[in-house]
Design a protein. Structure first.
Length: 195
């Protein structure tokens, strides 16, 4: 499995990080994300892409994170919209205050296309996933949850990772069913410390 469908150049990474921060600034001025015309961006950023934008405080704690699992629009549009949403619409946090903007650290995760992971048991799932590399999507009926690969940093044990993901999806930590589906994806992740 490739890390993402198409790796970004260092210049493209810088452009996306600048775009994300500019979209948050635009939110303070207009209450809306930065409008983006994909045709004005390099071809590699015009392709459909799925992204997560994460805001972190100076101490490394989470300040906001919003994204999507499925590519449905140009990558530049996706990043601009999710940066704005992470700053102002993450239901876990108050909207970002203007005096916080210069202190927050932005990180982007560009997702590969999720692939089905046909497993018949939790034991098989635990034997199949690659800690530190795989992001997972668990679904069963109306229950759905995902953990980005970055979550392995705080949950390095595969059993803990899967149990917490089931809880995030609204399922008991010991839940397993023949109707449970699992998909795996990878991310290309980078942050402003790499500028």
């Amino acid at each position: 499995m490739s890390s993402t469908d198409s790796a970004l150049t260092p210049e493209h990474r810088r452009m996306l990080l600048t775009l994300a921060r500019d979209s948050i600034r635009q939110g303070f001025e207009t209450g809306r994300p930065l409008p983006v015309n994909p045709a004005q961006w390099p071809e590699g950023l015009q392709r459909e892409g799925a992204s997560f934008v994460t805001l972190k405080r100076p101490d490394g704690s989470l300040r906001g994170c919003i994204g999507t699992l499925e590519a449905r629009q140009p990558l530049v549009t996706d990043v601009a919209e999710h940066a704005h949403a992470a700053a102002f619409r993450d239901p876990r946090f108050q909207p970002l205050a203007a005096d916080e903007l210069e202190d927050v650290h932005l990180e982007l995760s560009i997702l590969s296309r999720p692939e089905p992971l046909p497993v018949a048991s939790e034991a098989e799932l635990l034997a199949t996933i690659e800690p530190g590399e795989d992001g997972l999507i668990l679904e069963d009926g109306a229950h759905r949850g995902t953990f980005l690969p970055a979550v392995w940093e705080s949950l390095p044990n595969p059993g803990d990772f899967v149990r917490q993901l089931k809880r995030k999806a609204g399922l008991p930590s010991d839940y397993w069913s023949s109707t449970l589906t699992v998909r795996r994806y990878r991310t290309e992740s980078f942050g402003e410390d790499e500028r």
